[in-house]
Design a protein around this ligand. Structure first.
Ligand code: ADP
Ligand code: ZN
Length: 621
């Protein structure tokens, strides 16, 4: 077995690599610079943590978020990997201890903020140069680029790193996909012929749903009732609505706290801590929440207000399901939100910027309105191709009957063409119906397409027009108000070269099925024991309290789910569960084994560990 794989199993307790992890690790081990682009939860940390264990010297990890440093270091220590961080939260004594450890070559990983590394007249840099540094890992590397969504001036200092450490390889990691940012990272960090790895942005375990924003309170309560044991984030647009909704849900008996910029830093910190430690289930937050969160067992992310653009939506929903288990992204969509956001945009008086912001908002609106696969819309937005149906979004889960709507599409498209792309949804529908309303301009009444669709009711026209936007045959443009415009896909339809399959209305009535509760990992088909799952989570919580770390750092929900599925009854068998490395098995294995034995005795169950497909034989100590 390769030493890399062996370490993956003994230290991290994982069976196999994800995505390009193995190639990335080997490339780093060959001392090459690397840029790794992977979505949140893709497993970026392992790409430098594993090499760090093999390299003789120290791996310095540069990270912008102080809160996450502690989280990462705690996670490593729980696996028996010597790591530390240096930042303003440490006491003088603690700091001195870290320096001692560094001098004695006792650490494998050191986490620091960029200003700490390169600031203070280079004192710390001088110190680092006396050490043996094997690797630099730049986390959230997009922070160095103006093009990224989170530029941080202190990251610019990192441009000098290569001057001071010309021989140590650098791995830059980010979840920001676009090409300009990527090139900027390479240039600003002075990476030498880096190998670039870009993973797919698909998050298969996140299921996407859109619900109409009507009877919001009842619908939301209904969803939460079905997910009583799950952790989740609810995003709102304003502090006031975060506060109100949190109160409202609290009165209904949900375990919930608010998080927004109007709260004192102490309250915010306390609420975040409660959430991370599973002491409360739900956080109702404005977008101020989430950056410093690594919690892997977030089972749902709900937006009760429309996000401003698809990037934000993808990023916020991406906080769900880092552990790889099924999670929901639920958007409550109402056209009223679009109007509200447009007003906000127009207040900031910058026409050039407004055009861009409106375009992005229109794309977000199209996501809410569409009846095509939501996942496909998201992935296409990021320039990735995707299959037409994912089987795990509300569109794909709604049974629809389609019909050949080419003629209808042609009428709609020629109406838009005749109106020269200057009119909105309602006007186009009225025009097609030959409306006698005084709003209908005189010159339009004379056009050929006027009244060409009088046989179809207006409601249905609105639906078809929206569907044509969803199919890409039309797009929403316009600055002051939204107007329908042709796209390049319109041409073959108008020329009769392409068939358009439209959805028969009335199939998806007012309520699409709400996402179901329950957990299921990818490719996991053996049922688990729900009651045991709950018991084991309690054991985990108690262990976490004793260690003063969040439960998900002890074991992820994915690990607990495997336990409740395969029912290992010995320490040898529990070693086969993903997440049980050497140290965690010896430290925490026994209480889980005991609980499983008791449960199985009471319920007359046998272990199912033989059903766990042994990906590779593991050595048991
Ligand atoms: P990212 O930094 O890309 O958001 P992380 O490095 O935090 O992702 O990894 C997300 C989760 O997946 C963590 O809980 C991590 O332990 C787990 N993980 C990473 N690689 C593997 C693997 N090969 N097998 C199983 N779990 C993994
Ligand atoms: Zn889908």
């Amino acid at each position: 077995m390769s030493p890399v794989l062996q370490l993956l199993q003994t230290k991290f307790g994982y069976d196999s690599f994800r995505h390009d992890q193995e190639t990335i690790v080997n490339t780093v081990l060959n001392q090459k610079d690397v840029v790794a682009v992977m979505p949140t939860g893709g497993g970026k940390s392992l790409c430098y943590q594993l090499p760090a264990l093999i390299f003789p010297g120290l791996t310095v990890v540069i990270s912008p978020l102080i809160a996450l440093m502690k989280d990462q270091v705690d996670a490593l220590r729980l696996m028996g990997i010597p790591a530390a961080f240096l930042n303003s939260t440490l006491s003088t004594d603690e700091r001195r201890r870290v320096f001692d450890q560094l001098r004695n070559n006792e650490l494998k990983l050191l986490y620091v903020a960029p200003e700490r590394l390169l600031g203070a007249n280079g004192e710390f840099l001088d110190f680092l140069q006396t050490l043996n540094i094997s690797l630099f890992a730049i986390d959230e590397a997009h922070c160095i680029s103006h093009w990224g969504h989170d530029f941080r001036p202190e990251y610019r200092l990192l441009s000098e790193l290569k001057n001071f450490f010309p021989t140590a390889p650098t791995i830059a990691l980010t979840a920001t996909a676009d090409d300009i940012t990527r090139r900027d990272i390479i240039e600003k960090l002075h990476l030498k012929n880096p190998e670039i790895f870009v993973a797919s942005f698909n998050r298969p375990n996140i299921h996407y749903f859109v619900e109409p924003k009507r009877n919001l309170t009842a619908r939301l309560a209904n969803y939460l009732d079905n997910h009583k044991d799950d952790s989740g984030i609810i995003y709102t647009l304003s502090r006031a609505s975060a506060e109100n909704l949190a109160n409202n849900l609290d009165l209904q008996g949900f375990s919930v706290r608010p998080y927004h910029a109007g709260l004192s830093p102490e309250t915010r910190r306390a609420n975040q801590e409660l959430f991370i430690k599973d002491e409360i289930k739900i956080i109702v937050a404005t977008i101020a929440f989430g950056m410093g969160i690594n919690k892997s067992n977030v089972r749902f992310v709900i937006h009760v207000d429309l996000p401003k653009n698809i990037e934000s939506y993808y990023q916020e929903t991406g906080r769900a399901g880092r552990d790889g288990l099924k999670s929901d992204a639920l958007l409550f969509y109402g056209a009223g939100d679009v109007m509200k956001l447009k007003k906000f945009i127009q207040i900031e008086n910058n026409p050039e910027q407004n055009t861009v912001l409106l375009k992005k908002l229109n794309q977000m609106m199209a996501y809410g309105e569409s009846r095509e696969c939501r996942r496909k819309l998201l992935l296409n937005y990021f320039g990735e191709t995707a299959p037409n149906a994912c089987a795990s979004c509300d569109s794909c889960l709604t049974e629809v009957e389609r019909f050949d709507g080419t003629l209808i599409a042609q009428k709609a498209l020629s109406a838009v063409a005749r109106l020269e792309g200057q009119y909105g949804l309602h006007y186009v529908a009225d025009f097609l119906r030959g409306s006698k309303s005084e709003k209908m301009k005189e010159e339009h009444r004379a056009l050929k397409t006027y009244g060409a669709g009088a046989d179809i009711p207006k409601e249905l026209w609105l639906r078809y027009l929206k569907d044509l936007v969803g199919l890409g045959c039309l797009r929403v443009g316009g600055v002051e108000y939204p107007v329908l415009k042709l796209t390049e896909k319109s041409v073959p339809v108008l020329q009769g070269k392409e068939t358009v399959m439209l959805i028969k209305t009335a199939v998806r009535a007012s309520s699409a099925p709400l996402p179901e509760g329950g957990h299921r990992g990818e490719g996991e088909h053996i049922p688990h024991e729900p009651e045991l799952f709950t018991n084991l989570k309690l054991i985990r919580t108690n262990l976490a309290r004793a260690e003063n770390v969040p439960p998900y750092l002890i074991f992820s929900d994915a690990t607990i789910l495997e336990l409740a599925t395969y029912l290992p009854m010995t320490l040898t068998d529990i070693r086969k569960i993903s997440g049980f490395g050497d140290l965690k098995t010896s430290k925490y294995g026994q209480p889980f084994v005991s609980a499983i034995i008791t449960y199985c005795n009471n319920h007359n169950l046998q272990t199912k560990i033989s059903l766990k497909i042994p990906k590779r034989e593991r050595k048991v100590k």
